[in-house]
Design a protein around this ligand. Structure first.
Ligand SMILES: Nc1ncnc2c1ncn2[C@@H]1O[C@H](COP(=O)(O)OP(=O)(O)OP(=O)(O)O)[C@@H](O)[C@H]1O
Length: 313
């Protein structure tokens, strides 16, 4: 698919010597949702800042919509929207005026109908005349999204869009992000909620200490690195593993009171094997009273990857 953004050898060393981005190569495809995951201080905000012209790269190139950002920054920037982590200005402004102003900043003519559409899609229309400071945290966050959408960007960065937002609102945000994707907006989001990346993203990039460790289709990543874990509580404790289940990746745990299965590959193969295992148990007269099965999440994968890397930044 057509690349919309290309980072090549991108590095950022902050004054004082901290290397926040270390030789990052990344291509973002038109229309995808890309989740950039990493622990605190990994370099996510720096990467976004570099693309949005807020951070000056120390080395490397950024090409957005075919424009070299170092030379044609203005042209490319007008097609990029940024939803920062926090609202820093406009607190005294009414919602609608602040959003219209954001549109004007990019040199676009006022368009009341478009602003109304954006505010309605974010359930902010009823609040259009209220000052931003009087809104709840979740609404303030939606104002940030409205402001970023006001100039109709083709590429949208969402830096922690749902941090500190309750579950209900988070789901509402996901719906908003989904509708933006349907409109053809390419989205790059950072999140600490791995579940969010699992739900939303087409591709996932994992960054730590400024280095992009892995970029892959989310499903492929989960299939490659995912596992199934099942705990089977036995009616009677066992001393040893019965031969009938020796072919399965199982271990006795809790002094023989339960069996633990760890296997599969994140594609559902593990669940099928657990079903086979239970049949084998029944077939050899071993009774059990409960089964708890869990598919490993993106979070498990993330934690184990960072563990291998030697800890977080
Ligand atoms: N202006 C700056 N001057 C010096 N160091 C900075 C500056 N901004 C960020 N850093 C450092 O660069 C590193 C990367 O920071 P960055 O904000 O990009 O990480 P992040 O992945 O967005 O973290 P978080 O998840 O906490 O937002 C951190 O060690 C941070 O302290």
């Amino acid at each position: 698919m057509e690349p919309i953004l290309e980072l090549a050898g991108l590095s950022k060393v902050y004054p004082g010597g901290l290397k926040a981005l270390d030789d990052v190569d990344l291509t973002i495809r038109k229309g995808e949702i890309f989740a950039l995951l990493g622990p605190n201080g990994a370099g996510k905000t720096t990467l976004i800042g570099a693309v949005c012209g807020l951070v000056r790269p120390s080395a490397g190139t950024i090409t957005a919509f075919g424009y070299d950002m170092a030379r044609d920054w203005r042209r490319a920037r007008s097609r990029i929207g940024l939803v920062p982590q926090e609202l820093s200005t406009d607190m005294f402004e009414p919602v609608e005026r602040a959003v219209s102003y954001s549109r004007g900043l990019f040199g676009l003519a006022p368009d009341k109908a478009r602003i109304e559409e954006i505010l309605r899609s974010l359930s902010l229309w009823e609040k259009r005349d209220e000052r931003i400071m009087s809104l709840s945290g979740g609404m303030k966050r939606r104002v940030l999204i409205a402001k970023a959408l006001a100039h109709e960007p083709d590429l949208l960065f969402l830096d922690e869009p749902t941090a500190g937002v309750d579950v209900e609102l988070r789901k509402g945000m996901w719906a908003v992000i989904d509708s933006m994707r349907e409109r053809g907006v390419t989205i790059i989001l950072t999140t600490h909620y791995l579940e969010e990346a699992e739900m939303m993203a087409d591709r996932v990039g994992i960054i730590n200490r400024g280095k992009l460790l892995m970029v892959d289709e989310k499903d492929a990543m989960m299939a490659r690195l995912g596992r199934t874990e099942a705990h089977i509580t036995l009616a009677q404790p066992l001393d040893t593993l019965p031969p009938a289940i020796a072919r399965f990746p199982v271990e006795l745990e809790a002094d023989g009171a339960s069996l633990c299965y760890r296997g599969g590959d994140g594609t559902g193969k593990g669940k099928a094997e657990v079903a086979e295992l239970t049949k084998a148990l029944i077939g050899s007269g071993i009774d059990f009273t409960g089964i708890e099965t869990r598919e490993s999440s993106l979070e498990d994968i993330f934690v184990s990857l960072l563990g291998k890397e030697g800890g977080v930044a």
